[in-house]
Design a protein around this ligand. Structure first.
Ligand code: ADP
Ligand code: 5GP
Length: 207
């Protein structure tokens, strides 16, 4: 991990951004909005996962969908910066996914869980850590149900994990910025504000 993490600092482009928070809080919604408004500024680190694609998700865009055997072989081979088991599936950030974005001098956006946050902190990636939090557990549940993507079992697992993730976000120093996603426009404005400096830097270089 050390050897490859040094590679990231050598490549040092704009500072990556890690976005984390309970499943269903609105991370994808916020990140998609950001990438749409700032085309050519951000690049998404496309994770690998063993979970099945949801309707509308595309292989190689939302995730690289792989079998557990393939993913485990990649992990054993040292292809991943971090990986974690979440709600019965494996998820992980490959070194190639981050390098692909950084080679284009874009701000690399990572959408990862709490375990990923902890593991990325052990590397030299040095991202900004942003936590997206729901106004309440009730609202989180409503959003997860409203998305209609989870079985009851998966939903319950995600809500259980959410409690732990919400507690973790309160630990001092866990995140640089915490944004409560109540009203979407307000949360988005806060996210843009947190990233303003980095966005301006990238815009200046590319103009
Ligand atoms: P995550 O990526 O964190 O799992 P999503 O972006 O898929 O979450 O959002 C979960 C659901 O909540 C989606 O149906 C989305 O449209 C909805 N949603 C996101 N943000 C808000 C918000 N501020 N208010 C109401 N619904 C929201
Ligand atoms: P979902 O199945 O809803 O797309 O994602 C479930 C959880 O996995 C979310 O908390 C998301 O942030 C996290 N996740 C997605 N990709 C990765 C990854 O590469 N590594 C880690 N650790 N978590 C990930």
């Amino acid at each position: 991990m050390r050897h490859f993490s040094r590679l990231f600092s050598v490549m040092a482009g704009p500072r990556p951004v890690v976005c984390s928070g309970p499943s269903g809080v609105g991370k994808s919604t916020l990140l998609k909005k950001l990438m749409k408004e700032y085309e050519g500024v951000f690049g998404f680190s496309i994770s690998h996962t063993t979970r099945k694609p949801r309707p509308g998700e595309q292989n190689g865009i939302d995730y690289h969908y792989v079998t557990r055997d393939v993913m485990q072989a990649g992990i054993d081979n040292g292809d991943f910066i971090e990986s974690a088991e979440f709600s019965g599936n494996l998820y992980g950030t490959s070194k190639a996914a981050v390098q692909e974005v950084q080679s284009k001098n874009l701000i690399c956006l990572l959408d990862i869980d709490m375990q990923g946050v902890k593991n990325i902190k052990k590397t030299d990636l040095n991202p900004m850590f942003i936590s997206i939090q729901p106004p309440s557990m009730e609202i989180l549940e409503k959003r997860l149900r409203g998305r209609k993507t989870e079985s009851e079992e998966s939903l319950q697992k995600r809500l259980q994990t959410a409690k732990i993730e919400m507690e973790f976000s309160k630990e001092p120093g866990a995140f640089d910025v915490i944004i409560i996603n109540d009203n979407l426009d307000d949360a988005y404005a806060k996210l843009k504000d947190a990233l303003k400096e980095e966005i301006d830097k990238v815009k200046k270089v590319s103009s």
